[in-house]
Design a protein around this ligand. Structure first.
Ligand SMILES: [Zn+2]
Length: 427
């Protein structure tokens, strides 16, 4: 155990708690993207005092960006004394809305019983604070370190990351040679390393029909009945087939170690918006279904789409007047960084030192900003690692444990030691 680093982090516990509290007090709720600028500037001022060069980059023109709600990102960089690699800690500063059911003020950052409470405490202002304190402790112990450390606070992760990491990746902030290794302190628990996520395909299927009077439906053709046939075929063929697909990806929770399909919404027939309660007297000429298919590293996107399209084509052959259109809404390929890549290896070494056990490797059921770093930045040595219990994210009375933050920050500081100084990990 590198006692010096561990003590340097532990000696900063009060500062770590104060920093987390301060960050929670910025109500960076997204949507709409409130208080991004003051929160980013707070992080920038803090890191400038620690010798970081600060840049603010607005995700100009990204969804939601406006002068009232600018998508403000902060990127801080501290050069070491000699050339070397760059390690980047990326945290999103946005939080989801507080919602109901809180027993404390969600934006006060209340400290009680060894925990800091508030919206974003766990997802992920506690992780951001831990990474800042880890870097500061590391720099205090090793002022002559080689390479560089970067810390960013970015916008919009909760809404897809378009004004945040995706925007910055397009500007070259997440590519070599600027950056070599990325750690995203999302709340995956202090002794787990998240290697990636499942893939996503969102699509809209529309069935077509012919409008007619509802009293004489035989004169028209119901798009809703056609969609009913689609749903029936999904139940009979697609859902059982997806349920049989198992993955070697260690997804948590375990229920997500299969392919899944969610039917997000169905919209069909004439709108009733203008006549509340009055039935629409027409045969539906259109019915739309939005689907959310999550897929595995063993599947490729062409076969994922092919399964759905072959069901639709079969209906077209067999069902009179059946016709459809299909539109892609979003695609994200599954991601899994190998366990022996530099970043997961360095974090694993830190976890062994701090907890005296092997890390647990996990995969997230849904995506996060790692997708942009991989797809746009072409940087693949990236994982999520940070304090906080994932299940508490987006819930009322969200909290992060102070001891969890200290231990996790210690692991991060030790990872810097391995990645920047080439410290050899025992075991
Ligand atoms: Zn998050």
């Amino acid at each position: 155990m590198n006692e010096q680093l561990a003590l340097a982090v532990r000696g900063r516990t009060d500062d770590l708690v104060a920093l987390t509290t301060d960050l929670i007090r910025f109500p960076t709720v997204n949507p709409p993207g409130e208080a991004y600028t003051p929160c980013a500037e707070y992080i920038g001022r803090r890191l400038a005092r620690s010798g970081f060069a600060i840049r603010y980059v607005r995700g100009e023109g990204a969804p939601g960006d406006s002068d009232r709600y600018p998508r403000t990102n902060v990127i801080a960089r501290r050069e070491g004394r000699a050339p070397g690699v760059t390690v980047h800690f990326n945290s999103h500063i946005d939080v989801v809305e507080a919602g109901d059911g809180w027993s404390v003020d969600p934006f006060a950052g209340k400290v009680r019983d060894g925990r800091v409470y508030g919206r974003g405490a766990c997802d992920m202002k506690g992780g951001l604070a831990a990474s800042i304190v880890a870097a500061e402790a590391f720099m205090a112990v090793y002022p002559d370190f080689p390479g560089a450390i970067e810390i960013s606070g970015t916008a919009d992760e909760e809404s897809g990351g378009f004004g945040g990491v995706a925007y910055l990746a397009r500007e070259g902030f997440f590519s070599k040679p600027r950056v070599d290794h990325v750690i995203i302190p999302e709340p995956l628990n202090k002794d787990r390393i998240c290697l990636g996520h499942r893939g996503v395909w969102w699509a809209e299927i529309e069935t077509h029909g012919a409008i007619a009077h509802g009293a004489m439906p035989f004169l028209g053709d119901s798009a809703i009945r056609h969609m009913g046939a689609v749903l029936h075929a999904f139940e009979e063929e697609l859902f059982p087939a997806l349920d049989r697909k198992e993955t070697r990806m260690p997804v948590v929770p375990e229920g997500a170690r299969r392919s899944t399909l969610n039917l997000n919404s169905v919209h069909g027939g004439q709108t009733e918006d203008f006549f509340p309660g009055l039935p629409a007297p027409n045969v539906a000429d259109s019915c739309r279904l939005v689907l959310d298919r999550r897929f595995l590293i063993e599947e490729n996107i062409a076969e994922v789409k092919g399964e759905v399209i072959s069901i639709l084509e079969k209906l077209k052959r067999e069902r009179p007047k059946f016709d459809y259109a299909i539109r892609d809404l979003m695609e994200v390929l599954p991601l899994m960084t190998e366990r022996d890549a530099p970043v997961p290896s360095a974090i694993a070494a830190g976890i062994r030192e701090v907890f005296g056990k092997e890390p647990e490797y996990v995969i997230s059921p849904g995506t996060y900003d790692q997708k942009h770093i991989s797809r746009i930045g072409h940087l693949h040595d990236c994982v999520a690692y940070g304090p906080g219990i994932l299940d508490l994210a987006h819930q009322p009375d969200e909290w992060v444990g102070i001891e969890d933050m200290v231990q996790s920050a210690t692991v991060m500081a030790m990872s810097l030691d391995v990645l920047l100084r080439g410290a050899r990990a025992p075991g």
